[in-house]
Design a protein around this ligand. Structure first.
Ligand SMILES: Cc1cc2nc3c(=O)[nH]c(=O)nc-3n(C[C@H](O)[C@H](O)[C@H](O)COP(=O)(O)OP(=O)(O)OC[C@H]3O[C@@H](n4cnc5c(N)ncnc54)[C@H](O)[C@@H]3O)c2cc1C
Length: 355
């Protein structure tokens, strides 16, 4: 294992914010992760597992924590039953690519999402009609205090929209590997924009591999057009992806919300069924509350492509926090809805900040 002190945090997160991390430890095996946790004992420092830093906001100043970067990158494919177990440190998009090449379906719509395999269960990563909850069958973890391992079944993970048992304030679990059960036929493409853009491309005579490769390529094209694929050439990708979750409303809340929209004469409301609830597009709420794409607040900007991503142009975390509060309060004043940030946000003591 490698131990680094006083590491600049900006280079560890895709939104490139934060001061300095007291310790960063890189681990290539479960044994090294255990040694890294033991290293923290007696130091009064919190332990934060770190993947690709694409859903994390670090504080300005000194982060009094040990960041454990898990570099376990195994990929074990059991072809007989279409099950794959992958190490937590495996790059997520590389994982998707390998599944597609192996002719295994179920994650192709999640192409181009940054980060690691170990982080996908945390917020039940999803896009273009797929969520990892549909394919994950086991998540193997290490407990930060007891150093015991536990394998969570999918139902024990309590997956929900951008949520799971692991996305909580005092999550004690470090994810070591994730097991997926994939499919051997192409699932129905549900997401309208993707479905329309694939029109006539998924010809019957093509192999499953070829069809999956076409879907993957198309997803990446669509994502790139929205600044949702990391790229050094595109300053709009210096972000944490979508910054706010889409609020989900029950029946009563939804009818109150529709009444507010009618009073404001806002026309058609972009909303989608989410089980018993209705999901409202947070980007639309933000734009209807007076914000525009490309709008700048100090060193932070709303993405030029869509209103849900906040981009760091030359800012710091304090400025991001101010802008986030401004957006939330204006949306609340307009609609009576509190939109919740999606990334995990830490203070200098390494505790999660709640909104
Ligand atoms: C351009 C862009 C596009 C994005 N698009 C999407 C999208 O379409 N859909 C979507 O759902 N998300 C999206 N995201 C968000 C992000 O990519 C995902 O949430 C991703 O899974 C985060 O992975 P990571 O390895 O970077 O996690 P990190 O940012 O490193 O960590 C996020 C949280 O998970 C914890 N964590 C990380 N690894 C582990 C582990 N092994 N064990 C325990 N805890 C761990 C961290 O402590 C932290 O609390 C996007 C982000 C960006 C920048």
């Amino acid at each position: 294992m490698k131990v680094f002190e006083h590491t600049p945090l900006a280079k560890l997160s895709t939104i490139r914010l934060g001061g300095v991390g007291q310790y960063l430890i890189e681990c290539n095996s479960m044994e090294e992760v255990i040694s890294a946790v033991q290293f923290t004992k007696g130091k009064q420092l919190s332990v934060i597992p770190l993947g690709g830093g694409s859903n994390i906001v670090f504080p300005d100043g000194v982060l009094k924590s040990v960041l454990i970067k898990i570099n376990i990158t195994s990929f074990d494919l059991d072809e007989d039953c279409s099950e794959v177990t992958s190490g937590a440190g495996m790059n997520w998009d590389l994982f998707v690519q390998k599944c597609v090449q192996a002719g295994l379906a179920g994650v192709e719509c999640l192409s181009g999402i940054p980060g690691t395999v170990g982080a996908v269960p945390i917020q039940n990563v999803g896009a273009y009609g797929q969520e990892v909850a549909q394919t994950i069958i086991r998540v193997e973890c290490l407990h930060k205090e007891t150093l015991k391992t536990k394998a969570f079944t999918a139902s024990e993970c309590l997956f929900a929209y951008r949520d799971s048992i692991f996305k909580c304030n005092d999550n004690p679990w470090i994810i070591l590997n994730v097991k997926f059960r994939l499919k051997t036929e192409l699932p129905e493409i549900r997401y309208g924009e993707l479905k329309n853009s694939l029109n006539h491309k998924l010809l019957d005579h093509l192999s499953l591999q070829d069809k999956l490769a076409i879907v993957r390529e198309q997803v990446i094209v669509l994502r790139r057009g929205k600044g949702m694929v990391l790229s050094n050439e595109d300053p709009n990708t210096v972000s944490a992806g979508s910054f706010f979750k889409n609020p989900t409303l029950d029946k009563k809340e939804y009818s109150q919300f529709l009444a507010t929209c009618e009073q404001l004469n806002l026309g058609k409301v972009p909303s989608y069924p989410n089980g018993e609830q209705t999901k409202i597009a947070a980007a639309w709420l933000i734009e209807q509350s007076g914000f525009t794409k490309g709008q700048i607040y100090k060193g932070i900007k709303i993405s030029d492509y869509h209103a849900l991503a906040l981009v760091n142009i030359r800012g710091n975390t304090a400025e991001l926090a101010e802008f986030v509060e401004l957006i939330r309060s204006q949306v609340y004043n307009q609609f009576g809805l509190l939109i919740e940030p999606e990334p995990v946000w830490y203070n200098t003591d390494g505790q999660r900040i709640n909104f």
